[in-house]
Write a protein that binds this ligand. Structure first.
Ligand SMILES: Nc1ncnc2c1ncn2[C@@H]1O[C@H](COP(=O)(O)OP(=O)(O)O)[C@@H](O)[C@H]1O
Ligand SMILES: [Mg+2]
Length: 312
């Protein structure tokens, strides 16, 4: 498998800080993957991205992007990547199309190819209708979409997105997720993003590196990470004077607890088991008032490793 990114023992100490902002991290990203660094504010995500995009020199360690060393072969790295930063960097006086055109010129893309690419990326983020409107008339979501389009216009092998949905509302955030997936699907580019939003990492990414205090504390697919925490939890609300032992006897139940007006059951794939549980309740004449299925989230994974929540 071709590696889009290879990071070995990467460390960054800012002058004056007594700690490493990035502390001996190592990971690979395969070509075509969507990969996230997930962690709270100050975890070191932006610092890591700045090193990978050649904007910051590491204190020690090595990183290769698209096969090129970020220290020894800066120009080749820069030609291979697209970047969308946390802070918007569009020219607001220009139209969407002009912003894209300006950027494509910087990359030395010829006129014909430029015009074709601009149409393609505008279509991808559904901004064709607004292409000739000045960016200062755009909503926050539209600006973000234009930045995605711009980051992608020169067909980079690897696209870096630093907190791509920061400050956007839930609806706009979901649309951005879909565009990111679409970019990945249709153009096959590797995407590396940072986020402190666990659902974003979960929904979007093939693999997630969870970062805290400069270190990667866990790295795997979202599913495998959540499986570390264990099974689904199904809580049934009922009058527990019923004989609730029937639930304990179900062969897929790995843990049984009775408390207050609830019976709590642990099991794999609770989503598939709820019908059988309801059937057993019915046969035993037990009236269930409510059912709640809780899946472990990446927040639970972070909590498991650090004893803290991501959002604090
Ligand atoms: N230019 C800088 N000089 C000194 N310290 C910095 C600088 N940039 C970031 N830091 C510190 O490095 C740590 C990691 O920051 P950052 O990489 O921005 O984390 P994140 O993107 O995960 O929020 C933080 O403690 C931050 O205060
Ligand atoms: Mg950051």
């Amino acid at each position: 498998m071709m590696m889009a990114i290879e990071v070995r023992d990467l460390t960054k100490r800012y002058k004056g800080n007594g700690f490493a902002a990035v502390d001996h991290i190592s990971f690979n990203v395969e070509s075509g993957e969507i990969f996230a660094l997930l962690g709270p504010n100050g975890a070191g995500k932006t610092t890591a991205i700045k090193i990978l995009t050649t904007l910051l020199k590491p204190t020690s360690g090595t990183a290769k992007v698209a096969g090129f060393d970020v220290g020894k072969d800066k120009d080749s790295v820069r030609k291979s990547i697209g970047i969308v930063f946390q802070e918007p960097s569009l020219d607001w006086r220009l139209t969407g199309r002009e912003n894209l055109d300006f950027h494509a010129r910087i990359y030395g893309i010829g006129r014909k190819e430029r015009e074709k690419r601009i149409e393609e990326v505008l279509k991808l983020v559904e901004l064709e209708d607004k292409a000739d409107v000045a960016v200062d008339k755009y909503s926050g979501g539209m600006k973000r979409r234009l930045e995605l389009a711009r980051g992608f216009i020169h067909n980079p092998k690897v696209l870096f997105l630093d907190e791509p949905t920061l400050g956007l509302d839930t609806h706009t955030r979901r649309r951005i997720w879909d565009y990111i997936r679409e970019l990945n699907d249709s153009e096959g580019a590797t995407i590396v993003l940072t986020t402190h939003h666990m659902e974003e990492a979960d929904y979007l990414c093939d693999r997630v590196g969870i970062m805290d205090q400069g270190k990667i504390i866990a790295l795997d697919t979202p599913t495998n990470l959540k499986d570390l925490i264990g099974s689904d939890v199904v809580s049934l609300e009922m009058n527990t004077t019923y004989n609730v032992e029937v639930f304990k006897k179900l062969d897929f139940v790995t843990e049984f607890r009775k408390h207050d007006n609830f019976v709590t059951l642990k099991m794999e794939r609770g989503d598939l088991r709820i019908p059988a549980i309801m059937e057993v309740a019915k046969l035993a004449g037990i009236e269930i008032k409510s059912v709640n299925l809780r899946k472990p989230s990446l927040e639970d994974v972070f909590l498991h490793f650090t004893g803290r929540r991501i959002r604090e």
